[in-house]
Design a protein around this ligand. Structure first.
Ligand code: NAD
Length: 251
């Protein structure tokens, strides 16, 4: 069933992982999809594979977002679905946090998300759906994630306030909080293969459903929140994490 027929959807960071799977799902549901990313080669390759249009735009560069908005409007007119997905994860323990790591994660995960929304607002249709990709890390206190977690907690807070203000235009805005999902994000952390292996085994054991999420799991939720079937849902946060947030004391 095509529930998103003719809707225009923008997916930031759509060339990889959750963004890629979501772009595919939105397209399968009938949307006209535009993906963005930082690397011209990767954006081009993914856009070709997906059969969608790709634009290069670094979300931490506000001038680049301005240029993106101009291109999208010129080619597609108004936008119905904005999936604010681009993000990075740089692990660092308390006492090891550098100014660079702090600025980089905040600039992309929080400031980049906020200004993507601010700058797209004039070309969003009334009734549009914005989905912010946050993380259960906003709440878990998992070691070595303090600044990443704070960047996502800030995004969730922004989402709630924005929901009350954007309701006047019937624009809905929600946050999705995945648990661990199998994507390239972990390979980009600088952890060795051995560290990565230990990290993923330890986490997997704590997930009640005993597996990492797949990008498609998250894409299904994103497509639902994007659709008119979710027309009474705004200002919410939706965990999609195999139950890890349940944190049973006895098991
Ligand atoms: P990924 O590394 O496969 O994808 C990240 C995407 O963001 C890539 O397309 C990358 O090009 C893009 N990106 C990064 N910095 C950018 C920038 N400055 N400008 C434009 N694009 C940029 O990883 P993923 O796991 O698919 O991550 C997608 C989102 O999901 C992120 O926001 C991440 O924080 C969040 N998330 C991931 C997990 C997980 O376990 N994989 C869990 C919770 C939340």
């Amino acid at each position: 069933m095509s529930t998103l027929n003719e809707k225009v959807a923008v997916v930031t960071g759509g060339n990889s992982g959750i963004g890629y799977a979501s772009a595919l799902k939105l397209k399968e549901q009938g949307a006209k999809v535009i993906i963005t990313g930082r690397s011209p080669e990767r954006v081009k390759a993914a856009a070709t594979e997906l059969g969608v249009e790709g634009f290069v735009a670094d979300v931490s560069d506000l001038t680049a977002i301005d240029a993106l908005v101009i291109s999208v409007e010129a080619n597609y007119g108004k936008v119905d679905i904005l999936f604010v997905n681009a993000g990075i994860f740089q692990p660092a323990g308390i006492g090891q946090i550098t100014e660079d790591q702090f600025d980089h994660q905040m600039d992309i995960n929080f400031k980049g998300a906020v200004f993507t929304i601010e700058k797209f607002l004039p070309i969003l249709n009334d009734g549009a759906s914005i989905i912010n990709l946050s993380s259960i890390n906003a709440y878990t206190g998992m070691p070595n994630t303090a600044i990443y977690a704070a960047s996502k907690a800030a995004l969730n807070s922004y989402t709630r306030t924005a929901a009350s203000e954007l309701a006047a235009r019937k624009i809905r805005i929600n946050a999705v909080n995945p648990g661990p999902v199998s994507t390239p994000i972990f390979q980009k952390t600088g952890m060795s293969a051995e560290q990565l292996n230990g990290f993923s085994n330890a986490i997997q054991n704590r997930i009640p459903l005993k597996r990492f999420g797949e990008p498609e799991d998250v894409a299904n939720l994103v497509a639902f929140l994007a659709s008119d079937e979710a027309s009474f849902i705004t200002g919410g946060e939706y965990n999609i994490d195999g139950g890890i947030n349940v944190n049973p004391i006895l098991s």
